[in-house]
Design a binder for this molecule. Structure first.
Ligand code: FE
Length: 182
């Protein structure tokens, strides 16, 4: 079971050197900042793991075989969740799967949140379907793991600080192993 943890850590260490979208941090720096924010809020270990792995869907491809062309939503949240579900279960996979919907939700219920989005994030929001309507936001809120996904989404937006000091990737190995479905 822990083989998947080694694979995920390696993926973050290798493909994770890629730039995080148009932000000034790498994918791995972004993941580590997200995980640190989760820890600082005393999130349970499954949510720290989900924070670290929320964008793993972006790293499952080689740079030469991008899953979708520019200007198309890559559905990385579905891909990531699919990759994680069997080993980690819903407590990790569902917040990952819902973290994009959580952005659409937050934009619907919190005008200040929209103001926090980077230009790249505003652009991807359009590709992802834009802010939820009130009815969609209500439906989202009642889904299992909607709260966890919303917390990840807030850390996600904050985890784009160039040069921000984090813990090393290796630090998270025990947390990832502990988050595996027993
Ligand atoms: Fe992210």
């Amino acid at each position: 079971m822990s083989a998947i943890v080694e694979r995920l850590l390696k993926l973050l260490a290798t493909n994770g050197v890629r730039q995080y979208g148009e932000e000034r941090v790498s994918q791995c720096e972004h993941a580590l900042q997200c995980a640190l924010l989760a820890e600082q809020e005393d999130a349970p270990r499954s949510l720290v793991a989900a924070a670290l792995l929320h964008d793993i869907g972006h790293l499952l491809y080689d740079a030469s075989e991008r899953p979708s062309p520019r200007g198309v939503d890559d559905r990385h949240e579905e891909l990531g969740a699919k990759h994680l579900r069997e080993a980690f279960g819903a407590a990790v996979a569902e917040p990952v799967r819902l973290h994009v919907a959580a952005k659409r939700y937050l934009c619907a219920i919190d005008p200040a949140y929209f103001g926090l989005l980077s230009a790249a994030s505003v652009h991807s929001l359009e590709l992802q379907g834009g802010a939820f309507t009130i009815a969609e936001a209500d439906a989202f809120r009642s889904m299992p793991y909607a709260d966890e996904a919303t917390r990840i989404r807030r850390w996600d937006e904050a985890a784009k600080l160039p040069g921000y000091e984090t813990r090393p990737l290796e630090y998270y190995r025990p947390a990832l192993i502990a988050a595996l479905r027993s």
